[in-house]
Write a protein that binds this ligand. Structure first.
Ligand code: AMP
Length: 311
């Protein structure tokens, strides 16, 4: 099974209590693809500028990620600068330059048309909707967004939400999106607005899934209780950038690797999301997820199980 992802491929300048990195490889689609590549085939749709070198693209292709959908155009790549000096749980955006993404019209290569899974990673909701519209046969569609788009692009985002099977966002973003400070009530409002299921990420505290009666086709159960998966307590978080995208990559990658989409698969995917997020934060940028030994994933999954298991 293969996942098609659209989202930012970017240069990031990052500042955390562990140090500073200038213009390293980043972007929501980048982090998502690397994490998902340990579970299934991944294809990327994005645009980059002349500053994006073959060495950077090889970080993705070395993991077997299909980058034929990354368009190279004149101009500068997306640039984001973030700081975690105030809080490791929330980035303070210092600068966002959309650059080549500003006038991007996604094209889906013919080889990508048969993708079963579609993930609309963080980017302008107009681009997310465009790709969603061009992939009407996708079996399962996931999506992400952030404050930047929730605050100033609400109408466009509302259209994207209606086409999603699973929305994954941070708790702060969920409350902002629903305009409700209570998470349970916010989740109910978001599910009413479109997505069939919702995964709310709580940074170092794990993630909670909320379901609707539309969450699982063919399963007629009316009420699915929420489900919470842990995050792994770590002694040092070097760089939280991409943790959310890596969670989404592990979550969606695991789902795509399974024959059926069931509540059990969904819940296990929440654990794999946490596993990939926990690796992502151990080094700057993509350093850890580009170099992971697949054996480590199983070992860490076992740790997650121990962490939250009662006999
Ligand atoms: P995360 O830490 O998982 O929420 O995602 C961080 C990544 O999102 C970084 O690598 C940034 O390049 C990317 N990013 C930051 N702001 C935006 C934005 N407004 N749209 C799309 N991607 C963004």
């Amino acid at each position: 099974m293969s996942i098609l992802v659209v989202g930012s491929v970017a240069f990031d300048t990052l500042e955390t209590p562990s140090g500073r990195r200038e213009r390293c490889l980043g972007g929501a689609a980048t982090h998502f693809s690397l994490a998902a590549s340990y579970f299934t085939d991944v294809r990327v749709i994005a645009v980059v500028g002349e500053d994006f070198t073959p060495e950077l693209e090889s970080v993705l292709t070395n993991r077997g990620i299909d980058t034929r959908g990354i368009e190279h155009v004149a101009g500068k790549s997306f640039f984001w600068e973030g700081s975690y000096l105030n809080s490791l749980n929330e980035a303070t955006t210092l600068n966002t330059e959309l650059n080549v993404f500003q006038s991007f019209t996604p094209k889906i290569p013919a080889e990508y048309q048969d993708s079963d899974y579609l993930f609309l990673a963080n980017i302008d909701p107009v681009l997310q909707a465009d790709v969603r519209g061009k992939m009407p046969k996708a079996k399962l569609v996931g999506g992400d967004t952030m404050n930047y788009w929730i605050n100033d692009h609400a109408e466009n985002l509302a259209k994207v939400l209606k086409g999603l099977d699973v929305l994954l966002i941070n708790d702060g973003e969920a409350k902002l999106l629903a305009k409700d400070a209570n998470l349970v009530n916010a989740a109910a409002k978001i599910l009413d607005a479109g997505p069939k299921s919702l995964v709310v990420k709580h940074g170092e505290f794990g993630a909670t899934a909320f379901f609707s009666d539309r969450s699982f086709a063919g399963i007629t159960k009316k009420v699915f209780l929420p489900f919470r998966a842990p995050a792994l307590p770590l002694s040092e978080v070097v760089d939280p950038t991409g943790a959310g995208d890596s969670f989404a990559g592990g979550f969606f990658g695991y789902i795509a690797s399974q024959p059926e989409f069931t509540p059990e698969v969904f819940k296990k995917a929440m654990f794999y999301g946490g596993v990939m997020g926990s690796f992502a934060v151990e080094r700057f940028g993509t350093e850890r997820l580009a170099q992971l030994d697949p054996k480590e994933i199983g070992e860490r999954f076992a740790l997650f199980r121990e962490l939250s298991h009662l006999d």
